[in-house]
Ligand binder design. Structure first.
Ligand code: MN3
Length: 274
């Protein structure tokens, strides 16, 4: 391998809550020094409200007192605490099709509970330092997988909708849909039928197959295409908690509204192209 010393800008993230900046030096893949500045409010997977933090990894025992004071911490201690990602729009932005009350429960309570459960379940396990995607892809069936996958699926679902959504996709994705179903209207019928027929709790997905074609896939419970060769393009949550406040038991009306008024085709197009 030899010695490869690299300086890199690992992470520069802007979010509504703040800014995070990580700088590090790597030695054959292992980080030997890390300078991190975290400004209060950075919500992208990091703890909040720490002010400015200087962080060095491992091997600097002289800095232990600072670490104890909370002024210094290692990525292993804190970086993998999962947090509820911010919504891509305000909680009332999809009303009347999806109410603020639905977001208060579905996002504020259900989605948050999966995050909290996940953090509790991974403590002291091999999954403690893994990213969310790594956990979803490697955890066996059970609580850790269920909660990690539900965190991921819900974030993907919020992005699968937008204010003023609906309409049709365009470009390469529309061509792939036409190739598979003949027309966008036929795709809508197939997606609606699949989502309505997805028995019990689960998710209905538009996915890109390894050969570039598209298909509709149903998963049950926390199931996600992330564990398969398919690439998710968009999803609709068909657990009852997704529609019971606004639509009661009427899943068909909810799915129809999702396609007519909420679906974010630009998100799906970007996923298809990526
Ligand atoms: Mn849900």
């Amino acid at each position: 391998m030899g010695v490869l010393l690299s300086l890199y800008l690992a992470h520069l993230a802007l979010s509504p809550g703040g800014i995070g900046l990580n700088l590090g030096a790597g030695l054959t893949g292992a980080t030997v020094g890390l300078l991190r500045l975290t400004f209060a409010g950075d919500r992208l997977g990091r703890r909040r409200g720490r002010g400015i933090v200087y962080e060095f990894s491992q091997a600097l025992p002289g800095l232990a007192p600072l670490r104890k004071m909370g002024l210094l911490f290692t990525p292993q201690e804190n970086d993998m605490e999962h947090v509820l990602p911010p919504l891509p729009y305000p909680k009332n932005a999809l009303a009347p099709h999806m109410s603020e009350e639905t977001f208060e429960y579905h996002y504020g309570k259900h989605h948050q509970a999966y995050v909290t459960n996940l953090n509790n379940l991974i403590k002291g396990t091999e999954f403690e330092h893994k990213t969310l995607e790594e956990i979803v892809k490697t955890a066996p069936a059970g609580g850790i997988f269920n909660n990690a996958a539900q965190v991921w699926n819900h974030t993907f679902f919020w992005h699968s909708m937008k204010p003023g959504g609906g309409g049709q996709p365009s470009g390469a994705l529309l061509a792939a849909i036409n190739q598979r179903w003949g027309s966008y209207d036929e795709f809508k019928k197939a997606f609606q039928a699949s989502a309505v027929g997805n028995f019990g709790s689960g998710w209905t997905w538009l996915v890109k197959k390894p050969d570039g074609s598209v298909d509709i896939v149903n998963t049950s419970n926390a199931g996600t295409p992330l564990t398969t060769a398919d690439k998710p393009l968009l999803t609709v949550d068909v657990w009852e908690h997704a529609y019971y406040i606004d639509y009661r038991n009427l899943r068909p009306k909810f799915v129809e509204t999702f396609l007519e008024h909420l679906v974010n085709w630009s998100f799906a197009e970007a996923n298809y192209a990526g």
